[in-house]
Design a protein around this ligand. Structure first.
Ligand code: XIL
Length: 331
């Protein structure tokens, strides 16, 4: 059976994962096993945290590219497309939270130029902005407060001037049929329409797709949203797919099947839209998932949100992702 990246390539799609260099670079047996798994299954890697402000600019006085460089070396050694993540986000080191309105633009410009040009030729796609919308419009961030909405336009312009990577807007919480996410999709479409019509150099929408089995999913509303984005000439990539299993039964066989069904139901709809260029999961193995930290199970059992278990063995979710890709129309 072909790997996920191979079946995806046969459809003109990408499969990949988020990763930190520490997961794969080193001589520990878990690092060797992860590196082997990632080489076999993944054509694309998003820098999970190695290229965030918290890693690169922890203090005002220094830029630190150590972790980002390690990840870039791993992807280049293995012929894997690297996605940088994220040039502009609200999750910032403490010193940035306290900058003045006068300094904000200089700091943003310096960071985006320095980081994007550092990884020219190494990062193939950048999440230029991450999580900027809200159900009522734009998310309240330090950038919005100090610079107004034009910080978004500025970020894309700067990225374009500084590197040749494909420029994405990455966003969360748009999948479900409820008040919050219906309005979130509206906010995102409104922003995209403005950016595209005013010539801001955005090229793609990254859809995080952290999935919840218990929330209502409307295939028709979701397909319409993807079609609307595609009609603006933008590429779409599913960038952070995983399934939060905290409401699911403890029984592993039952739980794994429900996680798999959740991936399948979502990906069947997402991959049917021709503008969607692939799917990345937010991790490959349950050994490394952010879900245990942010949305732990009330019974304390480890979460199982990803295609491989914590021993790097494929689970039903693997087969579900495989089947959804295999059933997708070729690009
Ligand atoms: C998360 C990482 O997975 C965690 O390890 C880290 O502690 C916090 O950030 N949306 C995003 C990602 O865009 O950057 C987040 O990554 C997960 C949610």
């Amino acid at each position: 059976m072909p790997s996920l990246k191979e079946i995806a390539a046969s459809k003109g799609l990408l499969y990949g994962t988020a990763l930190n260099s520490g997961h794969v670079v080193g001589t520990k047996s878990a690092q060797t096993a992860m590196a082997e798994l990632v080489r076999r299954e993944c054509a694309c890697i998003t820098a999970e945290s190695d290229m965030k402000w918290t890693a690169i600019r922890p203090e005002a006085a220094k830029f630190d590219f150590t972790r980002g460089d390690k990840l870039a070396q791993f992807t280049s050694d293995n012929g894997i497309l690297l996605r940088g993540h994220a040039l502009v986000w609200h999750d910032l080191p403490a010193w940035v939270q306290n900058i003045s309105a006068q300094d904000a633009e200089t700091i943003l410009v310096e960071y985006v130029k320095t980081t994007a040009s550092r990884y020219e030729g190494k990062v193939g796609q950048w999440d230029v902005i991450n999580e900027v919308a809200s159900p009522s419009g734009l998310r309240d961030t330090i950038w919005l407060r100090h610079l107004g909405e034009k910080y978004i336009d500025l970020a894309f312009q700067l990225a374009k001037e500084s590197c040749s990577a494909t420029r994405f807007y990455n966003e969360n919480r748009m999948e479900y049929d409820n008040w919050e996410m219906d309005n979130k999709r509206k906010s995102v479409l409104k922003l995209l329409e403005r950016l595209v019509s005013s010539g801001v150099p955005i090229e793609g929408l990254g859809i995080q797709a952290h999935l919840f089995p218990e929330l209502p999913f409307s295939e028709s509303k979701y397909s319409a949203f993807l079609r609307d984005v595609g009609a603006m000439g933008l590429k779409i990539l599913i960038t952070e797919c995983d399934v939060t299993d905290k409401e699911l039964p403890a029984d592993i066989a039952q739980r794994d099947q429900m996680v798999a069904d959740t991936f399948k139901k979502f990906l069947n709809v997402a991959l049917a839209e021709p503008a969607v260029t692939g799917v990345l999961t937010w991790g490959v193995s349950d050994a490394y998932t952010w879900i245990n930290a942010v949305r732990p199970r009330p019974d304390g059992l480890p979460s199982r949100p990803l295609p491989f278990d914590d021993q790097f063995k494929p689970k039903p979710a693997y087969q579900a992702i495989y089947d959804a890709i295999a059933n997708a129309p070729a690009r």
